[in-house]
Structures are given as C-alpha cells and as structure tokens.
Ligand binder design. Structure first.
Ligand SMILES: NC(=O)c1ccc[n+]([C@@H]2O[C@H](COP(=O)([O-])OP(=O)(O)OC[C@H]3O[C@@H](n4cnc5c(N)ncnc54)[C@H](OP(=O)(O)O)[C@@H]3O)[C@@H](O)[C@H]2O)c1
Length: 291
C-alpha cells in the first residue's frame, strides 16, 4: 500500500474502537491526518476527532460491515474482547477484501506463542492469525502480553476500600500500556515496512501485583493495602466472570510465567523509536478510575 486515496489520506477501519487499545489508536491515526472509521456496537462516548466517523456495527454480523469497508485501505482487526470464534474472522476478511482493503493489522496475543496447547490463549488466536496470513492482504500481527488496563479489575475495591487483592503478589510480568499497542498499530496501519511482521509487545520492566498496587497508591497520593489471595481464592473470584479454561491458563501465566512471558521485548522501541511506557505512567493517567 504505497499510495493515498483520492482524499490524499488512507481510509482506515478500526474495530474495537472504544476499547483500551482502540481509543488511543483512533486518536493516533486522526492526529496523523488519516481518515478513520471507528467501529463498535455502542456509542463512541467522547467527541469524535476530526477525520473520524463512527459506525455502530456488530462484528458477529460480518455482512453488516460491507458499507464500512467500501473504499477503505486498511483495517485494524480486534476480537471484540469476546470469544474469537464467534466473530467469524474469515467472513470479516472476505468483506474487507471485497471493499478494497489491502492491509490488515491483527490484535492477537503473546499466548499464541507461549501457550500453544491452550485453546483460549493459544489455538484460537493461532487460527485467526492463520486466516490473516492466508488473506492475500499485507498483514501485521501484534502479540501483546498482559495489559496494564487489566488493573481496572481493582477499580471498585480501590475506590471503596483502598484495597487490591490478587494471587502471586511477588511474581512479575512486563505489563504493557495499551496506548503503546495503539501507537504500534497506528504505525503498522499507515506506514510502510511492517508487512509480514509479528510484533511481540511488552512493557519496559517486570512489575508484580504488589508493585502495581503501590503505583496506583502513588498516583492517588494514598496507600493501597495489597491482599495476597491463594490460587483457589483467585479462581473462585475469576470464575464469576470467565470460563474455567480461561481462568486456569490465566492463573498459570500470572503464577508460573514462562521465561518467554517474562522477557522484555524490544519491538515497541523498534517500531516507535522510543521505549514503552512504564506502568507508573499508565497509573497516573488512569488515576480517575480509582479515585
Ligand atoms: N487484556 C490482556 O491482558 C490481553 C493480552 C493479550 C491480548 N489481548 C487481546 O486484547 C483484547 C482486548 O483489547 P481491549 O482491552 O482494547 O478491549 P476492550 O477495552 O474490552 O474493548 C473491546 C472493544 O471491542 C468492541 N466490541 C466488543 N464486542 C463487539 C462486537 N461484537 N462487535 C463490534 N465491536 C465489539 C467494544 O465496543 P462495544 O462493546 O461498544 O461493541 C470495544 O470497543 C482481547 O480480546 C485479546 O484479544 C488482551
């Protein structure tokens, strides 16, 4: 994709546009002067930046994306945060190609490489990556590790009791700021040179649950009491909102990460020319959710 369209801009469709990754991605593309179609089922919730139009479409109904893709150059494909297989990635790719899309950037997951036996964290993601590789479009795959924004799970107990409960309090993972994922995605969507690349995306350092609680306390200017859960206590809590296999693999990753899951990847810096943001900076920016 070397030329711009008739408006002198790329037309880029961003799915998952109101999420942790999608919001900064839309902002980055709009700031770069591209034309963006932001897709989600709900409303955008914030003022639409110049150059952005919002469309309420359900990704599960691939055919309803047809008008969205008409005349588009590139798409950011997000699984909606739900079960990927429900979203019919092949159907979405077919409709995108029919509309003229030549470039696709997929939000996948590090688990595709590190947990290949797990259905939820590995095999499901690999099947959508395979569809992207076979699509005939220029593709880039993003494989992030755990998101800093997973910490929003503590928002209510921090707001109401100034406590944060988690298992494996001293086991670190290199949590990534989702805004960095958005910026890498923006680069892959509107710059050349990213086709055929698989980027593993992590933050700049290992950070433990206890350190995350401390960082939020620092951002609030008040201490947060960290409560270490047993694996069983954490499982019981997580089963209230996640299916059992997802819970077990998640507990394996946060409790006994592999060396690959604790590795600090150079890929954010390779793409953006700067180091990934620290967890403390994410906590500062996100403090309002914990106040
Ligand atoms: N969290 C992690 O640690 C982690 C690690 C590795 C990879 N990932 C990947 O990142 C994803 C989460 O990204 P995120 O945090 O940006 O997600 P998020 O904040 O939960 O946002 C989800 C977005 O998708 C939209 N959406 C959901 N279902 C949809 C549907 N059926 N049709 C159209 N739009 C839909 C949502 O808007 P509406 O609800 O309004 O439709 C929202 O814009 C995960 O699913 C996984 O693939 C996450």
């Amino acid at each position: 994709m070397t030329d711009h369209n008739r408006w002198g801009k790329f037309m880029i469709v961003v799915t998952g546009a109101t999420g942790n990754v999608g919001r900064p991605l839309v902002q980055a593309l709009a700031a770069a002067g591209e034309q963006v179609t932001a897709v989600s089922r709900g409303v955008l919730g914030v003022a639409v930046p110049e150059g952005v139009r919002h469309r309420q479409v359900d990704l599960a109904a691939a055919e309803s994306l047809r008008p969205v893709f008409d005349g588009a150059d590139a798409v950011f494909l997000h699984d909606g945060g739900a079960a990927v297989q429900l979203l019919n990635p092949q159907g979405i790719l077919d409709v995108a190609k029919a509309g003229g899309v030549r470039r696709v950037v997929l939000l996948s997951s590090q688990g595709v490489a590190t947990r290949p036996q797990s259905f939820s964290h590995g095999r499901m993601g690999l099947s959508i990556e395979d569809a992207i590789r076979r699509s005939g479009m220029d593709w880039t795959i993003l494989r992030p590790g755990g998101f800093a924004s997973n910490t929003f799970a503590w928002a209510e107990t921090i707001r109401t009791q100034r406590t944060a409960a988690a298992p494996f309090g001293d086991t670190g993972l290199p949590f990534i700021d989702p805004a960095d994922i958005g910026e890498v995605a923006a680069a892959a969507l509107h710059e050349n040179g990213h086709a055929g690349q698989v980027y593993e995306l992590t933050g700049p350092a290992l950070i433990t649950p206890r350190q995350r609680a401390e960082a939020i306390g620092d951002a609030l200017g008040e201490p947060i009491r960290f409560i270490e859960q047993t694996r069983d206590e954490a499982r019981a809590q997580m089963l209230q909102f996640m299916p059992e296999p997802v819970v077990e693999t998640t507990l394996d990753i946060i409790g006994e990460p592999t060396p690959a899951e604790q590795r600090i990847s150079p890929d954010v810096e390779r793409v953006l020319g700067r180091a990934p943001g620290a967890f403390a900076a994410w906590a500062e920016r996100s403090a309002a959710a914990f106040r």
